[in-house]
Ligand binder design. Structure first.
Ligand code: NAI
Length: 480
């Protein structure tokens, strides 16, 4: 089995944490119980790109328990938990000398070049006769492997050589390098792979945005399920997950007292709401920035001050970006921040903070305090602390969301994989969300663990509301 992880000897530690996580992931364990015998994913070759954490290990092993063949890379250079990666490779029945699990290509602290090299490897399956074959399903977080595949097809269609047009974007350069290499002596490599893909299930807001863009411009090559917009994903993982893991990252990175500090949260969507609550829970005085009047009004009604970054940048202590947009914290902001201000991002990509611009400030020095924690020292001695080099700090400085909330997200992922793989004809190219009854089912699977007593509708009440006793209970436009 091919794989690339930091250290297989961490597998025992990983396995113990996976077993703890399984207890906290009732949705995924219910999927194993319900579908383990029928194996609806038999024949599925799932190429996965998603933070290689303990919770993801439980997801991967659920997919394989349902019959899938899986290859996995991370979707972020800092988020891998090396013990989780090792345990997945070794598998339950393997040993460090004879791993028998799932091929994983991920370790904490990859370079960007390594990141894209490993991302490409999730496409290299082998069939039962040992022939090279592509995946037939993608499971993506942020859309990087979906993008790699689409770009490859575009270059093949155009008969162009990747990398001939120069570009300033470092990240994109690596994509082009990998594509150029992949095309050597392999005509129509990506087109052949794309033709075999039944669909992609996408985890996060930013990846979903990319999918809708592609669909609108007519370039989406296969159907997609938007897992993010299941209510039991974005209204839970993005919100309650970040409520847990944002301060975990700040604490592990800096151990600074949060209570009493002024914290600015840029963006008050689902991630922003969880992040603001996370900081307020510690006693920070939280200020929100927003561009959307509805979210700005929500923040104000939730009791936060809503200001422009420019009005508060000089006195705030902590800055967190949550927008999924770019250029939120720029050089002019860094220049005005006070000494030892802490800056971090919890949105998917690092372009929310102008890290390249920061590095270009004349006389500035980047000093590593520890991995993923740097102080940037200005010529006059002022220091700004930047977490995870501007990449998602809850996964770079801490261990991401806890298992229970990820069980909700990943149960949606498993249902979406089954849906696209087994009912391919029901999904012409487009972007879909899971039907509401499945969303409600995901929630239902997590109630017992919390001792929730759900009230049952009487037949008469159900008729009065115009719903079925068994659900769905809300219309599709209900917003929760
Ligand atoms: P969202 O769309 O619900 O919220 C983003 C908010 O930012 C919106 O309300 C928008 O109006 C606001 N915004 C946009 N530009 C802005 C600007 N210039 N200034 C101030 N506010 C601005 O998206 P969601 O679900 O909250 O996700 C945000 C990001 O976090 C995405 O990149 C997503 O992929 C990522 N994410 C990260 C997670 C993590 O564990 N770190 C978990 C889930 C999502």
């Amino acid at each position: 089995m091919d794989y690339k992880v930091a250290d297989l000897s961490l597998a025992d530690y990983g396995r113990k944490e996976i077993e703890l996580a399984e207890h906290e992931m009732p949705g995924l364990m219910a999927m194993r119980e319900r579908y383990g015998a029928d194996k609806p994913l038999a024949g599925a070759r799932v190429a996965g790109s998603l933070h290689m954490t303990i919770q993801t290990a439980v997801l991967i092993e659920t997919l394989t328990a349902l019959g899938a063949d899986v290859r996995w890379a991370t979707c972020n250079i800092f988020s891998t938990q090396d013990h989780a990666a090792a345990a997945v490779v070794v598998g339950r029945d393997g040993t460090v000398d004879a791993p028998a699990g799932t091929p994983v290509f991920a370790w904490k602290g990859e370079t960007l070049a390594e990141y894209w090299d490993e991302a490409e490897k999730v496409f290299d399956f082998t069939d039962a006769d040992g022939n090279a074959v592509g995946p037939n399903m993608l499971l993506d977080d942020g859309g990087d492997i979906t993008m790699l595949l689409h770009k490859g097809v575009e270059f093949e269609k155009a008969g162009a050589v990747p990398g001939q047009d120069s570009t300033d974007n470092e990240e994109y350069k690596e994509v082009l390098r990998v594509l150029a290499r992949s095309l050597e002596n392999r005509p129509q490599h990506w087109t052949n792979i794309a033709n075999g893909i039944k669909g992609v299930t996408e985890e996060t807001t930013t990846g979903v945005l990319r999918l809708y863009d592609r669909f609108k411009e007519g370039s989406l090559l296969f159907p997609a399920i938007n897992v993010n917009d299941s209510v039991t994903k974005s209204k839970f993982d993005n919100k309650y997950g970040c409520r847990h893991s944002l301060i975990d990252g700040i604490n592990r990175g800096t151990d600074v007292m949060i209570g009493g500090k002024v914290a600015v949260v840029c963006g008050y969507g689902d991630v922003g709401k969880g992040s603001a609550e996370s900081l307020r829970g510690q006693g920070a005085r939280v200020i929100v920035t927003e561009i959307d009047p509805i979210c700005a009004l929500q923040a104000a009604m939730d009791g936060y001050e809503v200001k422009r970054l420019e009005s508060v940048v000089e006195f705030a202590d902590i800055f967190i970006t949550t927008t999924g947009n770019f250029d939120i914290i720029k050089i002019e902001h860094f220049e005005k921040m006070k000494n030892q201000a802490i800056v971090g991002n919890i949105g998917h990509f690092d372009n929310e903070i102008d890290m390249a611009g920061l590095a270009r400030i004349p006389g500035i020095v980047k000093d590593e305090i520890k991995p993923q924690v740097h102080q940037w020292i200005f010529e006059d001695g002022k220091k700004i602390i930047v977490l995870s080099e501007g990449r998602l700090l809850n996964l770079g400085n801490a261990t991401g969301h806890p298992s229970f909330v990820m069980s909700n997200s990943f149960t949606n992922q498993v249902l979406a994989q089954i849906e696209l793989f087994t009912k391919t004809d029901d999904y012409p190219v487009g972007v879909y969300v899971l039907p509401k009854h499945l969303d409600e089912e995901v929630a239902r699977l997590h109630l017992d663990a919390l001792g929730v007593e759900l009230t049952e509708l009487t037949k008469e009440q159900a008729e009065y509301l115009g719903v079925d006793v068994a659900g769905p209970y809300k219309s599709d436009h209900y917003r929760y």
